[in-house]
Design a binder for this molecule. Structure first.
Ligand code: ASP
Length: 339
């Protein structure tokens, strides 16, 4: 009797041990590739000198950290990538260090004209606005366009009318103006506007903001917001609000661009990365390398992207890009220069 019980007990114990070991090894094997969420953001690409005053450098790093923490918190707690992207970009728009929202660059006529876009890759839906002058947080208006209109892209007065209809906050045009941007504009050549020569003599400093994220439900969202380029001509629309150029997401990847808008636009850049990835079955890293090294010319642009596996990639060919990223595996980066 005792011997039979003992044998049965031994069998049960070995069975339990087997299950326990199997569970453990599944977890261990699954862990390295399992990224429940991921986020990447940029605060503009350009030619930022490493001799930047220490105080200023610190301020940029602190802002990037803070912006990243906002998105991370939302995603860690099971929030949506849409909320993470909107809230992260809102913070950057409100921060004067960046060329989006308050602190946007001046147009040739001394105004601030803002562009923004947001795209939901899984739903393949997007919202974009251009040339707004009184919308405090353009990214929130872009989200409203995506969620509450039958359209994708609103311009100028129409966009502002839609802001009133959807209770998006509007402010006086003075709100966007800060002294540093005004001085930059005064220094810029008002006659010729921006040109390649200027890009090369280091006067081209960006601050456009963008964010891409993957959430626990597998949603991929891309968002970008900007004041455009210093001294831009009346009515100029950049790459940012043009879906597929500065902002794009599908069910594989979410991408946000920064840099010389015309060049980004002419190469339909964000969509090019996504299409290359899809049609050549390439991973995120090689798709990003293809875009930055083979499609764009040197000194033109930078990009951030997150794929459906929670990998992120951030690259620029301009020497510097304010950027930060992290994922649920604990990988975390906050950086400005290439090294
Ligand atoms: N791409 C933006 C534009 O051309 C500028 C930037 O990225 O800073 O409007």
């Amino acid at each position: 009797m005792f011997a039979t019980n003992h044998k049965a007990m031994k069998t049960i114990l070995s069975f339990l041990l087997l299950i326990f070991t199997a569970t453990l090894s599944t977890d261990i094997q699954a862990q390295p590739d399992k990224k429940e969420w991921a986020i990447a953001l940029h605060g503009g690409a350009g030619f930022v000198s490493k001799d930047m005053p220490e105080e200023r450098k610190k301020a940029y790093y602190a802002a990037l950290e803070e912006a990243l923490a906002i998105g991370e918190e939302i995603l860690k707690n099971g929030g949506s990538a849409l909320d993470a992207v909107e809230q992260t970009i809102k913070y950057l728009e409100d921060n004067e260090l960046f060329n989006a929202g308050r602190g946007s660059v001046f147009t040739a006529e001394g105004k601030n004209e803002l562009d923004a876009a947001i795209m939901d890759g899984k739903a393949l839906n997007a919202g974009a606005i251009t040339g707004v002058t009184t919308v405090k947080n353009p990214i929130s208006l872009a989200r409203k366009v995506m969620e509450e209109s039958r359209h994708v892209f609103f311009a100028g007065n129409g966009a502002e009318k839609f802001a009133d209809e959807t209770d998006v906050e509007r402010v006086d045009t003075e709100y966007f103006k800060i002294q540093r941007r005004y001085d930059e504009w005064k220094r810029a050549n008002k006659q010729t506007g921006y040109n390649l020569e200027k890009l090369e003599n280091n006067s081209w400093k960006m601050g456009t903001v963008g964010c891409v994220a993957l959430d626990k439900d597998g949603n991929l969202i891309a968002g970008t917001s900007t004041g455009g380029m210093t001294n831009k001509k009346y009515g100029r629309v950049g790459d940012v609000p043009i879906i597929g150029s500065g902002t794009y997401a599908n069910d594989m990847v979410a991408v946000s661009a920064t840099g010389w808008g015309e060049r980004i636009m002419l190469n339909v850049s964000a969509h090019t990365l996504a299409a290359y990835m899809k049609y050549t079955n390439s991973d995120l890293k090689s798709s990003m390398d293809y875009l930055v090294d083979e499609v764009l010319n040197p000194k033109e642009a930078g990009f951030i992207a997150v794929d459906k596996h929670g990998n992120f990639s951030m690259r620029t060919n301009t020497g510097s890009m304010f950027r930060a990223a992290s994922n649920s595996n604990g990988k975390r980066v906050v950086a400005i220069w290439e090294d």
